[in-house]
Every structure is written in C-alpha cells, then in structure tokens.
Design a binder for this molecule. Structure first.
Ligand SMILES: C[S@@+](CC[C@H](N)C(=O)[O-])C[C@H]1O[C@@H](n2cnc3c(N)ncnc32)[C@H](O)[C@@H]1O
Length: 187
C-alpha cells in the first residue's frame, strides 16, 4: 500500500536512525514520533523532545513511561529554536522530526510558525551526520499554514545538492490541503 506522509516519515526514520544516535523531536505533540525515536535510538541513544504546550509534554511523558522508554528521552517545554543549544556543542544528530501545525485535539490557534521552524532547521542542519535526516510532515490547512509551507519550500529549494538531498512526497489527488512530507538528507 502507498503510505501516508506520516507513515512514510516513520519508514524513513527506521532507515536512518541508528542505535546510539542522538535525535530531536522538534514538535512532540502527543508523542507518537517521540516513542518511535526512543525505540530506534535504543538504550545507548538519546531523544531530545520539544513542545511549547504543557499538555503535549505531559501526554508524551505518560506514553514514554507506559512504554518504559522515558529514561532515554529528555523533554523540554520550550520552543524548538533552543534545540541546537540543548545539544552539546559538537554533538551530531541522526534525525530531526517535525510535524507542523496544531496539536490534534488541542487549541487550533497554537501552531508552528514559519520563522521559528526555519530558525530551528537552520541551527540543526549543520548537526546532521552524513545519512542523517530532517523530516517534516507539513500540515498547512490552518491560518498561517500556507505561509509556513512556502517559507519551508523556498528554503529547501535553496539547499546545495552537493550537501543535501531534498525529497518531497505528496499525493497528487488528495483534496483540501493534504499533508505532505519533506525529507532533507545530509550527504
Ligand atoms: C502537529 S503537532 C505534533 C504532533 C506530534 N508529532 C504527535 O505525534 O502527536 C504540532 C505541535 O507543535 C507544537 N509547537 C508549536 N510551536 C512550537 C515550537 N515553536 N516549538 C516546539 N513545538 C511547537 C504544538 O504545540 C503542537 O503540539
């Protein structure tokens, strides 16, 4: 079956994240991506997770504890713009995962913003190890969503192909602002 952009993001994470990696979940929400990342990095790896909403941090923490994976994850209730500063100065990462938009079941007025999303991406790109990926599942059907989408697309269009490969994965016949995926792989 053809995978949804979200399911395909997990397929890519399974391919690129190695046991022992340090990785970033830039938008933890309810923690579905965080949980997968915690499994993939294994007991010797580390996940740094970010969300500005307390209920996202609480919901993710509960999921991790229930799965017995909380010991390999550090959650920050702060903007993902701080992610690079939270990594050690020379720490590389195997992946950074972003789900843009609002928290499902939460306040639809609290959404990721193009300017901070790009600041985070720009600070994390130099940290990707070869083969590592920054992955975006782009939801843009809300207020401000098209602006964030356009900022991200014009930024990735400018990345030098000698340094990064950029993939776009989208459904041609899905209607109503369907989510799509952007994956940036360090060569
Ligand atoms: C689409 S949801 C993420 C869904 C999540 N990956 C999951 O598995 O449930 C987007 C999340 O980004 C968060 N967010 C918005 N701005 C943010 C920022 N500057 N830094 C970190 N998280 C942010 C929102 O609070 C929301 O929980």
């Amino acid at each position: 079956m053809i995978e949804s952009p979200l399911a395909f993001s997990h397929t890519l994470l399974r391919q690129c994240v190695r046991a022992g990696d340090v990785v970033v979940d830039a938008t933890i929400g309810h923690g579905h991506d965080t949980l997968l990342l915690a499994e993939l990095v294994g007991p010797t790896g580390r996940v740094l997770g970010f969300d500005i909403q307390p209920q996202a941090v609480e919901s993710t923490r509960a999921k991790l504890i229930a799965a017995g994976l909380d010991g390999r994850v550090t959650l920050f209730q702060e903007s993902h713009e701080h992610a690079a500063a939270r990594l050690g100065e020379t720490q590389t990462i195997g992946a950074a995962q972003f789900n843009l938009g609002y928290l499902p079941g939460g306040d639809k007025g609290i959404v990721t913003q193009g300017s901070s999303t790009l600041r985070c991406l720009e600070s994390l790109l130099p940290r990707l190890r070869p083969g590592g990926m920054a992955i975006f599942v782009v939801y843009y059907g809300h207020d401000g969503g098209p602006e964030e989408k356009n900022k991200l697309l014009s930024f990735v269009d400018g990345l030098d192909q000698t340094d990064f490969t950029v993939l776009q994965y989208s459904m041609r016949n899905w209607r109503s602002d369907p989510p799509f995926l952007i994956a940036i792989q360090k060569r």
